[in-house]
Design a protein around this ligand. Structure first.
Ligand code: SAH
Length: 293
């Protein structure tokens, strides 16, 4: 007699991505992404991030160094601030138990996934449109010996294979600007358990400014994304059983990171647009933590 298979969340098939021509463009973008600003920072300690940093610069860490020594110290400092950003996101995930499953929607090369597992001991599933990123994240997990708990898959985060209500916490770390927010939050609300926690850290345009500024439009063009407004986040959460518990404006906390980055050799040309839009109030860096009700 055949033994019935036990289907767990982690056994379910991955839905192939991308689903739309736009998602195909984004998959290609991240497949080809190899900017030194991302790779050299990750090389510092093996946590590979594709997001920005928060917190004050530790000027003593930079010292009076010049040339390549300054560059090395600057890279380590930028990386420290990016890891602090992910730590703040994890601080808002709430109590996560070892036997919980958490989901990183738009996981990139997996730095936040590794940190979540190291902090909570839980299982972490990440999804990305980019096969290169998923391979990279899975390779890192193997190198760390945590591949049984940390796994990345190529999957559209709007249509994931996770069983409804089985996920204790989920997040988007700088990945919500690639999707429609109603569709995104509907999927998070589906996979999250009642009482589960959703967190996003994102750039959003500020409705108080009026409309997306020219700097915001430049950022959209640079990353082929569509930055939403703060108002859209609140509305789409309210429509999808996600009730904000904390809204933290990180704009002032991320500005030193951008000022430091603009002085490095790793600039990508988008630094001025970020700094100008943060300064003129048209763009905000926001953390939103919400309860699934
Ligand atoms: N959260 C990661 C990576 C952010 S970069 C970090 O903090 O380091 C943006 C990520 O969003 C990329 O990995 C990209 O593949 C992913 N992404 C964009 N649209 C997506 C979609 N529809 N489904 C899954 N991943 C998506």
């Amino acid at each position: 007699m055949a033994v019935p298979e036990v289907t767990t969340v982690r056994d379910t098939a991955t839905i192939p991505a991308p689903a739309t021509p736009y998602q195909g463009d984004i998959a290609r973008y991240w497949d080809h992404e190899a900017r030194p600003v991302n790779l050299r920072l990750g090389d510092v300690d093996g946590l590979y991030h594709h997001h920005y940093g928060i917190g004050d610069i530790d000027h003593s860490a930079l010292g009076n160094s010049v040339g390549s020594e300054r560059e090395k110290r600057l890279i380590a400092e930028l990386h420290r601030l990016e890891t602090a950003q992910a730590d703040l996101l994890l601080d808002h995930l709430g109590p996560v138990r070892r036997d919980d499953l958490v989901v990183d929607a738009g996981c990139g090369r997996g730095g936040s996934m590794v940190m979540a597992h190291q902090r909570f001991g839980c299982d972490v599933e990440g999804v990305t449109l980019s096969a290169k990123q998923a391979d990279f994240a899975n390779r890192r997990a193997r190198e760390l010996g945590i591949e049984r708990s940390v796994r990345a898959g190529v999957c559209n985060m709007l249509d994931t294979p996770f069983v409804s209500g089985q996920v204790a916490a989920s997040w988007n770390n700088e990945s919500s600007m690639y999707v429609d927010l109603q569709d995104l939050f509907a999927e998070h609300a589906r996979i999250l358990a009642v009482g589960g926690r959703y967190v996003t850290i994102t750039g959003c345009w500020n409705p108080v400014y009026g409309q997306p500024s020219k700097w915001v439009s430049q950022i959209n063009a640079h990353f082929e994304c569509n930055i939403h407004s703060r108002r859209e986040y609140m509305r789409a959460m309210a429509d999808n059983r996600l009730v904000p518990q904390a809204v933290v404006d990180l704009t002032a906390a991320t500005t030193p990171y951008w000022e430091l980055r603009a002085t490095s050799s790793l600039t990508t040309g988008i630094e001025e647009a970020f700094l100008n839009s943060y300064r003129d109030g048209s763009f905000q860096y926001l953390l939103i933590a919400a309860d699934r009700v």
